[in-house]
Design a protein around this ligand. Structure first.
Ligand code: PLP
Length: 392
């Protein structure tokens, strides 16, 4: 490991404080490091590897496509992209899709589309309201919308015309709306900010306000979308529907893809407005189709709902046992526990016991396992966490 670390230090920019483990293979919900140690993985590449590792149907489909064609430009049609768009729109209330390569790019696309709509439909309105504690990505547009100063302070000033409202506080949001507001962007379940689900009444009022004031409502479901919460889209839990949605992470099952979906009324991009060289290439779309097929046709969505409820029950039992856990939040397989002790220390000890967990801020442990996780895996993970908390 030391030689890997040394080499990384020499050639990589220091953008991550990487854990001194190099993961080399995976199967199901388990990954192995370069020294042969196995870990039960409840991080899943940060809510990405929806089908876990070495998934037979995913691998077969991607391998087959790899042998045909990986990439060509969107100057030409590719049928995988059309099939993927069709699957997404026919299982939602959206009508159109645009594909890019990551979460941050999906937010950039939504931002540009909203600004264009503001120009056409609301006298050039171009201001955006985002939420405090939100996270939307690291490129300058999405970073501008991110409501946590720690990610931004070295890069100010960012985009003008961005305001931040208290999440789940309708009055605060309403007080910031005016005739220059073109869009409101919300994560239906805030992820990086600490796993905070929106309240249904709040989202309903936001929807009404946006419709009344001609404001584009954008939901960033990069982390909470694509089955993660037990529904294909997190907003289905609230019965509140945005005009544009941002997707990425789980969509590609590990292949880099992002997307925005919009309703027909908000489908205002024209040729030349926006593009991505790699966006929606045949290989990544094939992977995404395999993910959606598992979710929608092979009952994975149902599994996510069931095992998500099981995980919540098990974590609630721990909450009742340890005073150091003060809250449990989230939906489906996107759960977090709030601790009075440093979350990072518990995560490190769990890793030593063979369980990979991530934090979301300094006091929250986040649980985002592959959606194929079983009750047996959950028992094992919660058992490890229990023993770590007991001895802390
Ligand atoms: N939006 C949300 C809600 C996210 O959680 C993330 C990443 O964590 C992003 C956007 C950015 O995604 P990416 O890292 O793929 O650019």
């Amino acid at each position: 490991m030391e030689s890997i670390q040394k080499k990384a230090g020499k050639v990589l920019m220091h953008t991550y404080n990487s854990i001194p483990i190099s993961l080399v293979s995976g199967d199901g919900c388990y990954v192995k490091d370069s020294e042969g140690k196995e870990y039960l993985d409840f991080i899943a590449g940060i809510a990405v590897n929806a089908l876990g590792y070495n998934h037979p149907a995913f691998n077969t489909a991607v391998r087959k496509q790899l042998n045909k064609i990986i990439h060509y430009s969107n100057l030409f049609y590719n049928e995988q992209q059309i099939e993927l768009a069709d699957k997404l729109v026919s299982n939602s209330r959206f009508d159109k899709a645009f594909f890019c390569n990551s979460g941050t790019e999906s937010v950039e696309a939504a931002l540009k589309l909203a600004k264009k709509i503001g120009k056409i439909k609301k006298n050039g309105a171009s201001n955006i309201i985002a939420m405090k504690k939100s996270f939307h990505g690291r490129t300058t547009g999405s970073l501008s919308l991110t409501g946590q100063i720690k990610y931004k302070e070295s890069f100010l000033p960012l985009l003008p015309g961005v305001m931040f409202a208290e999440f789940n506080n309708f009055d605060d949001l309403k007080s910031k709306v005016d005739d220059k507001t073109c869009a409101i962007i919300i994560e239906p379940v805030q992820g990086e900010g600490g796993i905070y689900p929106a309240e249904q009444e709040y989202l309903k009022k936001v929807r009404e306000l946006c419709t009344k004031e001609k404001i584009v409502l954008i939901f960033d479901e990069v982390q909470c979308g694509i089955g993660r919460t037990g529904r294909l889209f997190a907003h289905e839990h609230f019965n509140v529907y945005p005009d544009i949605i941002c997707l990425a992470k789980g969509l590609g099952g590990g292949l880099p893809i992002g997307a925005i979906l919009s309703t027909e009324a908000f489908n205002q991009f024209e040729p030349g407005d926006h593009a991505a060289t790699f966006g929606g290439n045949p290989l990544v779309c094939t992977g995404a189709i395999a993910v959606l097929t598992e979710l929608l046709d092979n009952k994975l969505l149902e599994n996510t709902k069931n095992v998500g409820a099981y995980l919540k029950t098990k974590l609630t039992e721990l909450t009742n046992k340890y005073k150091s856990i003060t809250d449990i939040r989230g939906l489906g397989l996107m759960l977090g526990i709030e601790l009075t002790i440093p979350a990072g220390e518990i995560v490190t000890k769990c890793r030593e016991q063979g369980l990979l967990l991530a934090t979301a801020g300094s006091s929250v442990i986040r649980f985002v396992p592959p959606l194929i996780v079983t009750e047996k895996d959950i028992d094992k993970a919660v058992g490890i966490l229990d023993s770590v908390l007991k001895n802390h």
